[in-house]
Design a protein around this ligand. Sequence first.
Ligand code: FAD
Length: 403
Amino acid sequence: MTTPSLLPQHLDLAIVGAGPQALTLVTHLLQKRSKWRHRLRVFDGSGIWLSRWRSQMQAQEIEHLRSPAVHHPDPDPYALRRFAEFRPQELFPPYDLPGTTLFNDFCAEVIRRWDLHSCVYPGQVCRITPVQRSQPCFEIILQDGRSCRAHRVVLATGGGVLQFPDWVQSLQGEYPPDRLVHGNSVDLATANVRPGERILIIGGGLSSGHLALGVARRGAISTLAIRRSLQEKLFDAEPGWLGPKYLKSFQAESDSVSRWQQIQEARNGGSMTPEVAVQLRRGVRRGEVRIEEHYRVVRAQWQAQQWRVECSDGSHLEAERIWCATGTTLDIRQNPLMADVLATYPTQIIQGLPVLDAHLRLPNSQLFVMGGYAALQVGPVARNLAGGRLACDRIVPAIVRRV
Ligand SMILES: Cc1cc2nc3c(=O)[nH]c(=O)nc-3n(C[C@H](O)[C@H](O)[C@H](O)COP(=O)(O)OP(=O)(O)OC[C@H]3O[C@@H](n4cnc5c(N)ncnc54)[C@H](O)[C@@H]3O)c2cc1C
């Protein structure tokens, strides 16, 4: 990694977060205007590209992506397929889903080819403050106290606030903190899962499935507690959401509340891929996995070194650990980076999501938003790799044409 030694005092463009969405933006921008390389910085606490992406895939021991090989950060949709020419065994059926190692190697190649190592500045951004001058800009303040100013900012921080079920808030009594954690905090390699241990996994999304299979590989027993029946879907949202088939009418809808409802219906909560569902059922037959559908936990209590969990139908189960694979909530008002910005640029917010302009900016500002926060404009795939590309189609023209 080459680290820039100095933090420039003035930037044309500051991108907060060095995940896949930011990488997609930088390659698309440089393809249009290569001179922008010297005008931008990407800030990430880790100081490197894709650190969170890599660690989340590794933590859940994910063999291949859920999205097909056309979705990746390079502007050429076929670049990953070409990269895989001599590694065809790393494209998985049914739609050439890239293996995790293949995808990561490809991204490393994209970073090398576009010469992007030195774009990332190691710094956790803790505040973004609008500065009102003849030409308004933003002060980017890092956790270590350093700061710089930027004319334009792109928020590409991914994530969201970890979401826990209601009953977790009302847990009574003490319990060892590592006995109940969010699924996103679990790293299977270091979780020290013991053979025979019983782990209750809450949630019916793909992360629950990956975690349950990881538990089974270690000779432990997982119970998947799913609020409804196990939903099987190839993708998070139907491919029609990547193009005009669904996006045309979505974008023609002027009511943001209705757009939000369409997003919920399209994503329809957590789902597993048919492949993971098959592996889980195999695990059920071998006695390594239990799947409890229509299962609602109402209460849990830590007693005698185990959880006693009560379900809404009055039944009980015991487990040594609980992992809540219950996703994250995106509410821009809860994002501390956005407090000063939202105070300066009043923005309509629907269920936590900002109503942005056509270029994904907060109204009347040069602060752009990528990822899940941009869903009211980009649609249900906003937080996915494909959403990064859709967001670039809107952000890049505004940056290069300075509109
Ligand atoms: C287990 C798992 C598997 C997934 N698989 C797929 C898949 O196969 N296909 C798909 O399309 N999507 C998948 N997703 C969705 C996935 O999260 C996104 O595609 C991708 O990670 C989104 O990229 P991003 O850049 O928005 O966010 P992230 O990958 O989260 O990157 C954001 C970056 O911002 C940095 N950051 C955050 N706050 C700050 C700050 N204040 N200052 C500086 N830096 C900051 C973080 O360190 C992080 O590196 C998966 C998600 C998970 C959890």
